[in-house]
Structures are given as structure tokens and as C-alpha cells.
Design a protein around this ligand. Structure first.
Ligand code: SUG
Length: 445
């Protein structure tokens, strides 16, 4: 069934504990910047500017609230006791790695929030979401329950939206959400191809230097529970993972009929492209491949050319690639981006955005957003209060200016005062985004 639809973005609002704690092995930027001071205020403002750009270009834009961090409930579940401040202080003294996990602002990377199947592709005609269990990294495994709450708030009508629980939190079903999913289609409202990229099989012996974060079994389960059509499963390139491609979206992005990817993205490129071609119903997919000669994998990863947003600006024929400024600063990456935009292929324009604070943790423009295809009735059924507008932008800028620090070292995360500041910020945000009382755990106790 085809009905007119648009692609909206829901971005993770960057939280007050944004920091560089080196929590993600295999994510080279996270390891490289471990221990550096961060600037949470600059980070959240950069994220808001990106949302503004997309909203100004005519794409519906939503805000997903940060999670409560430090996650005192998690630390209590591990036996730390006393007042909330004491829990935090003792955890930092006795188990700093657990405490660091409890403080991460990682829910900002909304591409990992969930896997999304638009209603045009689902068996029951609803729009399906499965929050990702993110079990590969401890700090990220704490996200899915609150992510579900946020998605329930943004997509409240169960007749139109199915917000599932995460897959069981076990390594066999390790799932990283939309970062390993690309949807191709003739237009957003018609049936698409759902390319699900996995890194390892649940029972295989994994011997790579870095974790493969998505299992084949998890990807299959997502497709099954969403009743997704047009499914293509593909194995991520092992060499890509070994080089620091912790999610497929570090080396691949797709939109409408176009798949833009690095030569090493898939283990078997020819078979993957052939399967996509076969699954495409009523359109001819366009493949834009970049060779390792033109752009060595290491440059692709440090400059995040492929972690760009690929969008069609309303009224334009060709696609626009929204890259991070790091792409512009890398001569090889920039040359590739400009050559592609200068050719007469499907991508006609490149723009650059500054999301440096997030980039230093391995999160580019594409990581910060969850794409959701919505038909008119679905768009009308979303939460108005979570829609990004100039008025909300002004409010959030002012709110961040009052609540966020402009410098945070990993050591500051142990400060009970930061806990109070963060809660104060989130309490006020609950009202701004109309999230309802008890949205955050600290509001319920
Ligand atoms: O899961 N970084 C995130 C980055 C996620 C990027 N998302 C996508 N590619 N879609 C991760 O590795 C680092 C946190 C730290 O080290 O403090 C972190 O979690």
C-alpha cells in the first residue's frame, strides 16, 4: 500500500554528563579521546543547531530527551547503598568502571535507540519500533527501558505505533538498532527494501580484535517481530570491523533509491547488491561505492564521510549529504564528497555541520538521529510538545545555558553536585517536552 509519507528525524538531546570516558572498544574516537575534558553545553548546542538545519530544510524534526545520568538505580542494583550522593561517591571509589558506565550520556546517539519499520513495510500496517538492547557495551545496555518510555511519549497511539520491548539482553541477540539498518525505496510511502547488516552469528567463535555488535539472529528477530517485508540480510565486512567500523553506518548510508557505501562495508559486496536489486520492487537501486584506493578505510572512519545524513530536501530532485566538518577537513574525504556531488549521480549537494563534541566519541550527524518514515496520519499522531520548532529551540538553548557546564572531566562525574544539576535540568525538561510526571526514575522515588 502506498500513501504519501515523509522522513522525519528524532535526535537525541545531548545530556549534561556528556564526557569522554573511553567506554567503547573498537570505537577509535572513544578510545583516543579517553580522559579529555568535554564541553556539555557546546555539545547540546551543536546538536540543537543540527536539528535546526534539518527543520529549516523542511524535514519534520523531533527531540528525544536525555536519560537520567548518573544512573543511581543501576548502581544500587549492584549493591551500592546510602543516599544518592553516597552511592555515586562509593561507586567511583570502589568500582570506577561501573560508575563511569552509569554516567555516560550515550543515549544522545539516537541511531542506536531502535530499529524502525515503517507502516508501508509492516505486516499489520503499524509503524514498529524495537529499542536496541545495546548489550555489547555496559554503559549502552542501560538505555533501552528509558528509550522505550521516550518512544511511547513521542508515538503514543497504539493503533498506529507498536513500540516493542528490546530483544532479550544477551550476547546472542546483541542489537544496535537503526545504525545497522538501511531502508531503500522509490519514495518514502511505498514498500521498501530493508537491509539489515550484522557482524557475527550468535554461535560462531568470534576472533576479531574488536567486538561485532550485531548478531544475525538479532536482525532476523527484528524483521520477524515487525513483520517486515523486503528484507535483505548482509554480513558486515570483517576487515571493516577490525579497522574500527563498530556500526555499519560508519561506512554506509542509504536514502530513497540510493545506497552510498565504502568498498569494505560488506563481507560480500556483489551478493549484497544483487540481493538488494532482487528485493527492490518497482525501482532500480542506485549504488554509489567508494573504493579503498580513493578513500582508505582509516580516512573514512576518522572523517566520517559515510556517517552523514542523506536526505531529499523537499522540492529537490537530487539528494543532499550532510557531513560533519571533519569530512571537510580531511582532503581525501572532501575530494570524494565533492566529486560525488559534482557528478550527475543521485547525490547533488554536500553540506557540513559542526558536531565536534559528539564526533570525539565516534558519533557523527547520522548517529545523533533516528529516522522515522511517517505518513500524514502518523505525523499528526506524534507528540506536539516533542516537535522541534523555533520556539522549542529558543527554550532549549536558554535551558541548556542555565543548566549545563562548559567543562567536564571524567573526574567531575563523581561530583554529587553534578547529579543534582542534572536532575534539576531533566526535571525542568519534563515540563518543556510534556513528558508527564514520573518520566524519569528519580521523579518516581
Ligand atoms: O556506541 N560512543 C558510541 C557512539 C555511537 C555512534 N552511533 C552510531 N554509529 N550510530 C558507541 O560507541 C563512547 C562513550 C565514551 O567513551 O565515553 C560511546 O559510547
Amino acid at each position: 500500500m502506498t500513501s504519501p509519507a515523509v522522513e522525519a528525524n528524532a535526535d537525541g538531546l545531548i545530556g549534561p554528563t556528556h564526557s569522554y570516558a573511553g567506554l567503547s572498544p573498537g570505537n577509535l574516537a572513544s578510545s583516543l579521546n579517553k580522559g579529555e575534558a568535554s564541553n556539555p553545553r557546546a555539545a547540546v548546542l551543536q546538536g540543537l543547531e543540527k536539528m535546526k538545519l534539518l527543520a529549516d530544510l523542511g524535514l519534520p524534526q523531533f527531540v528525544l530527551p536525555p536519560h537520567e545520568r548518573p544512573d543511581i538505580g543501576f548502581l544500587r542494583s549492584l549493591g551500592f547503598a546510602g543516599s544518592d550522593g553516597q552511592v555515586l561517591e562509593t561507586a567511583w571509589k570502589q568500582a570506577p568502571s561501573l560508575a563511569a558506565a552509569a554516567c555516560s550520556a550515550s543515549p544522545m546517539w539516537a541511531a542506536n535507540a531502535a530499529t524502525v519499520t515503517p507502516s508501508a513495510d509492516s505486516a499489520d500496517g503499524r509503524l514498529h519500533f524495537t529499542p536496541a538492547n545495546l548489550v555489547t557495551n555496559l554503559h549502552r545496555s542501560l538505555e533501552h527501558a528509558q528509550t522505550k518510555r521516550a518512544l511511547d511519549a513521542l508515538f503514543p497511539d497504539p493503533a498506529r505505533f507498536a513500540v516493542h520491548d528490546a530483544l532479550p539482553s544477551v550476547g546472542h541477540l546483541a542489537d544496535e538498532g537503526a545504525a545497522n539498518h538501511v531502508r531503500l525505496c522509490a519514495d518514502h510511502g511505498s514498500a521498501g527494501v530493508n537491509l539489515l547488516v550484522w557482524g557475527r552469528e550468535a554461535w560462531e567463535g568470534w576472533d576479531g580484535p574488536y567486538p561485532a555488535r550485531q548478531t544475525r539472529e538479532a536482525s532476523e528477530a527484528l524483521a520477524r517481530r515487525h513483520g517486515a517485508s523486503g528484507v535483505v540480510l548482509a554480513r558486515q565486512g570483517k576487515a571493516a570491523i577490525a579497522g574500527g567500523t563498530f556500526h555499519n553506518d560508519v561506512v554506509c548510508v542509504g536514502a530513497l533509491d540510493t545506497l552510498f557505501f565504502h568498498e569494505l562495508a560488506f563481507e560480500d559486496t556483489a551478493a549484497t547488491l544483487e540481493a538488494v536489486r532482487r528485493a527492490a520492487d518497482g525501482f532500480e537501486p542506485k549504488f554509489v561505492e567508494v573504493s579503498a584506493t580513493d578513500l582508505p578505510l582509516a580516512d573514512a572512519i576518522s572523517s566520517y564521510l559515510f556517517n552523514s545524513m542523506l536526505i531529499r530536501i523537499p522540492g529537490e530532485d537530487r539528494l543532499t549529504l550532510i557531513c560533519p566538518t571533519e569530512t571537510e577537513e580531511n582532503p581525501r574525504s572532501r575530494a570524494v564528497a565533492e566529486r560525488i556531488a559534482g557528478s550527475n549521480g543521485p547525490i547533488g549537494q554536500v553540506r557540513y555541520v559542526d558536531v565536534r563534541q559528539s564526533m570525539r566519541n565516534g558519533g557523527g550527524p547520522a548517529c545523533l538521529r533516528l529516522r522515522v518514515v511517517l505518513n500524514e496520519a502518523e505525523l499528526a499522531a506524534t507528540s506536539d510538545a516533542m516537535r522541534f520548532t523555533p520556539a522549542l529551540h529558543a527554550k532549549l538553548n536558554e535551558w541548556a545555558g542555565r543548566h549545563y557546564r562548559d567543562e567536564l572531566t571524567p573526574r567531575d562525574l563523581a561530583d554529587p553536585q553534578l547529579l543534582e544539576e542534572s536532575r534539576g535540568a531533566l526535571d525542568e525538561l519534563t515540563g518543556i517536552l510534556s513528558l508527564g510526571s514520573g518520566f524519569y526514575p528519580f521523579q518516581r522515588s
